[in-house]
Design a protein around this ligand. Structure first.
Ligand SMILES: *Cc1c(COP(=O)(O)O)cnc(C)c1O
Length: 381
């Protein structure tokens, strides 16, 4: 089956008890047992709930994975991956990570004796000199947030395989419509379902997708033991969102191209970060591993102070100033004080997250309105 058909149908059968075509919201914490231990596959809803099962099957199908697990947030999903490790283990990861991931690694798991190396992954070969016998996991994001660097997933996977390490990929920015890391050799794909998968900015959820049976069993054990599992209402909303993922992503990509090209040569813009430009340093890798370039674009304003940048970000009529991304509505974000505020200023600026950088999540509104909105703000600037 092709992508759109899977997004609409995978994991979803008419409900066996009533014939309901849409997966019901099984609002129950517990399930009847005919005699102790004899149940219909569901015992207690932290472990398993039928609404969540349908969502997990659909997500697994979209990532070409054998298994998926849904979590109560994207951070809950990453937390479960790190819990595969033990004190003394080491992780190699990027220096341009989602702020919340950086915070969890440095402020939570570092205290449990896990060591993290934050390195430049624009060339995957940089990984090699950080590998030693304590290294267990390579954790990457691509495109990165917010400077849209591209990391070569297949090259990272080859290094991981050769050294018997796990490779995890945060695929939130691309979504499975544009990129399938397991097909490129990754072991774990992670999503903040909150973003493109849910697609309507109305839920918080995370997911992991894997192929390997024993890795799945270890993660499922952590999932149930630690308990960051989502409820049936949110699972239903995510399933509903997935049904239009292919339609939305197509529109995000088209609007992304138009906005990136509009901004590229604008005299008031210093720099535009978007992997679709042929002069993007890793454009060839982006073309190789992605089926489109998405709707995430970052810009640096020319000669703008923090005050100018705040004024600019607050002057839009269609774009909304808010955290998050990937919804149908266009958002604008100031990473230095919003999503990336937990990263020390020096580290942040070294990764390109300067005070005059803004991140756009280009939505699926009519492109004429988005371009007009950008124009009126740029005219005032
Ligand atoms: C939002 C986000 C996360 C965290 O997900 P939550 O659902 O907010 O917990 C992780 N990685 C990336 C790239 C994100 O954008």
């Amino acid at each position: 089956m092709k992508f759109g058909t899977k997004a609409i149908h995978a994991g979803q059968e008419p409900d066996p008890s009533t014939g309901a075509v849409m997966t019901p919201i099984y609002q129950t914490s517990t399930f009847w047992q005919a005699s102790p231990g004899k149940h219909q596959g569901y015992a207690y809803a932290r472990g398993k709930n039928p609404t969540r099962t349908a969502l997990e099957k659909c997500l697994a199908s979209l990532e070409n994975a054998n298994h998926a697990l849904c979590f109560s947030s994207g951070m809950g999903a990453i937390d479960a991956v790190v819990k595969l490790l033990q004190p003394g283990d080491e992780v190699i990861t990027g220096n341009d990570l989602y702020g919340g991931t950086y915070r969890m690694f440095t402020k939570v798991f570092a205290l449990f004796g896990i060591q993290f190396h934050f390195i430049d992954l624009s060339d995957a070969n940089n990984i090699k000199s950080y590998i030693n016998d304590k290294t267990k996991l390579i954790w990457i994001e691509t495109p990165t947030n917010p400077t849209m660097q591209i990391v070569d997933i297949a090259a990272c996977a080859a290094i991981a395989k050769a050294n018997n390490l796990l490779l995890g990929v945060d695929n939130t920015f691309a979504s499975p419509y544009l990129q399938n890391p397991l097909d490129l050799g990754a072991d774990i794909v992670m999503h903040s379902v909150t973003k493109y998968l849910g697609g309507h900015s109305d839920l918080v959820m995370g997911a992991l997708c894997v192929n390997d049976q024993s890795l799945y069993e270890r993660l499922a054990f952590i999932h149930n033991s630690c308990g960051a599992t989502p409820g049936p209402q949110d699972s239903f909303l995510a399933l509903r969102g997935l049904k239009t993922l292919h339609l939305r992503m197509k529109a995000h990509c088209e609007n992304g191209i138009a906005v990136a090209n509009y901004l590229k040569n604008h005299p008031k813009i210093e720099k535009v970060y978007w992997p679709g430009f042929t002069d993007h340093p890793n454009h060839e890798i982006a073309k190789k591993q992605m089926r489109g370039f998405g709707g995430m674009i970052s810009i640096v304003l020319k000669d703008a102070t923090l005050e100018d940048t705040f004024k600019f970000a607050s002057s839009f009529k269609v774009f909304t100033l808010a955290e998050s991304l990937g919804g149908v509505e266009s958002l604008i974000n100031h990473p230095a004080t919003m999503t990336h505020a937990s990263i020390p200023k020096a580290d942040r600026e070294q990764a390109g997250v300067v005070d005059s950088l803004l991140r756009l999540s280009v939505g699926v509104e009519d492109i004429e309105d988005l371009l007009q909105d950008l124009e009126q703000v740029l005219d005032q600037a």
